[in-house]
Write a protein that binds this ligand. Structure first.
Ligand code: GLN
Length: 454
């Protein structure tokens, strides 16, 4: 049934880059075989999931939604996807995304944008952005094409698309999920996580995805807690912090109202509410948009036409000309913009002024959180400043697009677990998301507070 829905919706939503119906069926059949053989079933036995096309999948095209990797078929499997197959999940296909996960609307994909299944009530019927970069994942879950999907979050790419589509997604503590076999964007920020329709489903899937991996040097060598078994929406004895700096001028009134509603729900669940301060919040966005492009420019240097994917070799071209032609043809505009910003902030003349400074501010942002968590267990804030915008609305204005990440990048810079849960609809009938940010390694605290809101 899921395979049929995926095929039927592809024309309207463009959520998938490639479909793998046989793999989903194989996982379903394995459940029957294991049951018949009396074998214990894995945590995700038979569950058909979508795989963001940033995870290397052995024998299945892995494109990062780029032209340069359009025909790249890995001979290896990412650790996270391998764990999911190990737990019994089956793959419906590879999900569309922003090219190299750079974007907030899915419009930078080489394979065309994803369309959200949502529309404004009584409105213009304008197609809306599903968020980004995990917009194929969010749209597919919202349209019921899959019960769950993988996402990755560098500066908000799990949380913002979840907020835009009324779905749930958690970015765990940096290092919980192995980055091995995930196409790299900004390695000190990249983190995989689950997206699904409920907090419980996210807890189940995160248990399957997480765990130490010696192949990733930043992987956390910690046991994976039983988050699902530990779920509790009773917040008695817990303190929730409300960061005053997130109440920004010009904040959408309906987003502010949803935030107040979230506070009320958490109080009802027994939590105590305190006002907290994260004084360096206003520097988070510029800091992120220095560090992420800097790391991206370094990571993307590997796509040179020699080792991977596309090679553009004009007649008589020398090596330099081959590099240039390949990269000119293979990277989209947003990816080129990031590489240019990144190489600029890393260049000898500007390194200290931009990159070193950004690293210092990153430490201050992390310190803000550490001080706030001396007074509270979890932080509640909006996920995004607005509900989903229309496709095309911000395309020509990269700064307007980057502003969308204002509430999601601080937790990324600090490496903290953070989740978006649906918190009702705005006046136009579009979903709004609330964000829960936790202490390092305290995914349980984040999931519990999310459950109280859900
Ligand atoms: N929207 C942010 C960016 O464009 C975050 C992307 C992400 O988390 N992968 O960088």
């Amino acid at each position: 049934a899921f395979n049929a829905n995926v095929a039927a919706a592809q024309g309207a939503l463009n959520a998938f880059i490639v479909t793998t119906p046989d793999k989903a069926l194989d996982a379903a059949r394995a459940v029957d075989a294991d049951r018949a053989g009396g074998k214990a079933l894995g945590k995700m036995a038979g569950v058909p999931i979508g795989m963001k096309d940033l995870f290397a999948t052995k024998g299945v095209q892995t494109t990062a939604a780029s032209h340069i990797l359009e025909h790249f078929t890995p001979e290896y499997e990412s650790t996270v996807s391998a764990r999911l197959w190990q737990a019994g999940a089956g793959m419906l296909g590879k999900l569309n995304l922003d090219q190299f996960a750079m974007g907030s609307s899915n419009e930078t994909s080489y394979f065309g944008n994803v369309v959200s299944p949502w529309r404004r009530a009584g409105g213009d019927n304008a197609p809306l952005a599903p968020g980004g970069s995990s917009g194929g994942s969010s749209a597919a879950i919202a349209a019921r094409l899959c019960p769950a999907a993988t996402g990755t979050d560098t500066g908000g790419s799990i949380r913002q698309p979840a907020a835009f589509t009324g779905t749930t997604g958690i970015k765990p503590t940096y290092g919980r999920c192995s980055r091995w076999g995930v196409v790299a964007f900004a390695s000190s920020l990249d983190q995989a996580g689950p997206m699904a329709r409920s907090v419980r489903d996210c807890a189940i899937m995160l248990e399957a995805m997480a765990g130490f991996d010696p192949k990733d040097s930043t992987s956390l060598d910690l046991p994976v807690p039983e988050w699902e078994a530990g779920l509790s929406a009773n917040l008695a004895g817990k303190t929730v912090g409300i960061p005053r700096e997130y109440r920004m001028d010009g904040m959408d009134a309906e987003v502010a109202a949803a935030w107040d509603q979230g506070v009320a729900w958490l109080k009802d669940a027994g939590a105590q509410i305190v006002d907290i301060s994260l004084p360096h919040t206003k520097y988070a966005l510029p800091t992120y948009y220095i560090i992420a492009p800097a790391e991206a420019s370094s990571n993307l240097a590997r796509y040179d036409g020699v080792r991977y994917g596309l090679r553009d070799l004009p007649d008589g071209a020398n090596l330099q000309e081959m590099y240039a032609a390949t990269r000119a043809a293979g990277f989209g505009d947003e990816v080129k913009r990031r590489i240019l910003i990144g190489t600029y902030v890393l260049s000898a003349g500007f390194y200290d002024a931009y990159y070193t400074q950004a690293q210092k501010v990153r430490t201050l942002i992390a310190r803000d959180f550490a001080e706030a968590f001396a007074r509270c267990d979890v932080i509640l804030a909006p996920t995004t400043p607005t509900a989903a915008f229309a496709l095309g609305e911000n395309t020509d204005d990269p700064l307007a697009m980057y502003l969308n990440d204002v509430f999601s990048v601080p937790a990324s810079l600090a490496g903290l677990p953070a989740m978006s849960v649906p918190a009702g609809l705005n006046g136009q009938g579009l979903p709004l998301g609330l964000q829960l940010i936790g202490k390092p390694f305290d995914e349980q605290g984040v999931l519990d507070a999310g459950l109280a809101i859900e």
